[in-house]
Design a protein around this ligand. Sequence first.
Ligand SMILES: Nc1ncnc2c1ncn2[C@@H]1O[C@H](COP(=O)(O)OP(=O)(O)OP(=O)(O)O)[C@@H](O)[C@H]1O
Ligand SMILES: [Mg+2]
Length: 354
Amino acid sequence: MASSVGLAGRHTGPLPPEAVVFGQTPGMREIRARLDRVASANVSVLIEGESGTGKEVIASLIHARSPWTHGPFVKVNCPAIPATLMESELFGYERGAFTGAVGSKPGRVEMAHRGTLFLDEIGELELSLQAKLLQLLQDGQFCKIGAQEDRKVEVRVVCATNRDLEHEIAEGLFRQDLYYRINVVNLHLPPLRERRADLPQLIAYFIDSYNQAYGRRASLLSPELMQVLHRYHWPGNIRELANLMKRYVILGNEEVVTTELQARREPTFDFDIPPDGKVSLKALTRQATRDVERKVILRVLQVHNWNRRRAAKALSISYRALLYKMRDAEVTAASASFDGTGLAPPVATSYAGD
Ligand SMILES: Nc1ncnc2c1ncn2[C@@H]1O[C@H](COP(=O)(O)OP(=O)(O)OP(=O)(O)O)[C@@H](O)[C@H]1O
Ligand SMILES: [Mg+2]
């Protein structure tokens, strides 16, 4: 599980230069201005944005610019840690707290003392733990499992989510009081399709850094391919672009990119009139409905980290109905990449949250 100390230990590698991170589109300029104002103050920040928009990059930048930059940067990937282990992972335990607790163990909160605690996918945190986190944010105190007394820590808490937390509050899944505490400052990262003007710079950056990393000399892309990339809708955002550029650099030709993008095009319903002129309205309508269903189901599963129970709830259908529809439409993790999401379910949570 990813917890890292200092920026060097970030599992995603070194940060891109700030000129690349922020680009020049108005949405990101606003993010930069806000980040400039809040990085040095110890206030909680909530980073929202679709998958792959750079939430972790921004969290790391906040840490790098904070007065605690030499302190630890501790990441907690909430969906990757089973709910039963989360409390001890976050808050630690004392010796004898439960069977098997032969020694005491610090939690991530304690490990983040005088640094940054980055809670990724905070929407996945159970309600009982949300209460404990609230206490930490209110008075900087927490209690290890099995401890008699509370402890005090100084931590800057940064949270990220790709869910709509206000919707989760309305559903009773997220505490409103905690939401106010983590959302002192809000950074909403725009999807890549809303910052297309930044594409040339991002593409040049990725080609250059993968050339260096893999010892290649791939050249910049042709104007024709650049046009195709400009028109593409980028459902997997910057991560999708980075992966595509990595393949281009390693395999060394533009056809790889062109073919992949063709396969990922959004499926649009179409039909031909056969020579006999007969068209079955019923059959075509059924096919069109299935196409739409498949697309909606894939998107919703992606938003819910492939947790099928949550996805069924979001779609207002039963769990069984969702499984049936997924099988019927052959919706699998593998199909996600062909539908342009480029996102397989996260390994640790694939179907595990159901
Ligand atoms: N502005 C940026 N400039 C350059 N590279 C970026 C930028 N934002 C993100 N990246 C790269 O894109 C990839 C995805 O970024 P990151 O992991 O921060 O996204 P995320 O929003 O946390 O995604 P998820 O919701 O899936 O966890 C990483 O490889 C990261 O280095
Ligand atoms: Mg992330």
